[in-house]
Write a protein that binds this ligand. Sequence first.
Ligand SMILES: Nc1ncnc2c1ncn2[C@@H]1O[C@H](COP(=O)(O)OP(=O)(O)OP(=O)(O)O)[C@@H](O)[C@H]1O
Ligand SMILES: [Mg+2]
Length: 264
Amino acid sequence: MSLLELKDIKKTYSLGNSILGKRKSVEAIKGISLTLEQGVCLGIVGESGSGKSTLGKIILGLEKPDQGEVLFQGKHLHSLKAKELKELRRNLQVVFQDCYSAVNPRLTIGEIIAEPIRNYERLSPTEERKQVEGLLEIVGLRLEDMHKYPSQFSGGQLQRINIARAIALKPNLIILDEAISALDALVQVQILNLLVQLKEDFQLSYLFISHDLQAVNYIADRIAVMYQGEVVEWLDDMEKLEQLKHPVSKKLISSVLSPYPVFF
Ligand SMILES: Nc1ncnc2c1ncn2[C@@H]1O[C@H](COP(=O)(O)OP(=O)(O)OP(=O)(O)O)[C@@H](O)[C@H]1O
Ligand SMILES: [Mg+2]
């Protein structure tokens, strides 16, 4: 059984009426099927508007597909009862691009990281503190950071905090939607390396969504290239980036070759 299986997913957004009175709509996902195994990082790459985030939201249960099935750990995600969905969601976490809006500015870092633990487990304050300390250490932050507030951190440090929160419940899958895109190049490399390490240490699976083929190529075991709501090309051998043939893949490759700091 695959960790995640998508079967012919379709999603159309209605955009209301046009000036001529016709209903306008956009086919965000046009029939995507894929599987993801435990411990694997699947990279989803594509231009803006190609449907990457919509796909992520459907897998997270934040959007309902019009057609098709999402099976997570063999269960039909979109037909679960609220209680079952909550139980399943502990194994399915997310890190978004905007690290600032992902955290409550009024909570301390300790409280932010403890949030998912409090939602799912009954721990004593001492046990909880120990867990938070362990997580801070894993993501490379200092124990005293626990008492600080989000405004006291850089974007890169905040993304480490979001990652600590995402791994707090030892999930099976983390969806990373442009999780490093807002960070500067050097910090991107540091966070990518942290993610690679965590993947190895905890046998994590990632769905790594990005428009940056270079970053995806660095972290992913497999790449799906998306274009206008479809997967137009798959790459299974990360050493063979030049084998990508689709025009949109070529365009993404040429953007890698553009004047951009080569850091890998
Ligand atoms: N809630 C929504 N209502 C209407 N249209 C939407 C909605 N969400 C997404 N869309 C449309 O669906 C298409 C796919 O959007 P999506 O956000 O999935 O793209 P993306 O690949 O993540 O782009 P980006 O790289 O810019 O984040 C776009 O045309 C977008 O305008
Ligand atoms: Mg997006």
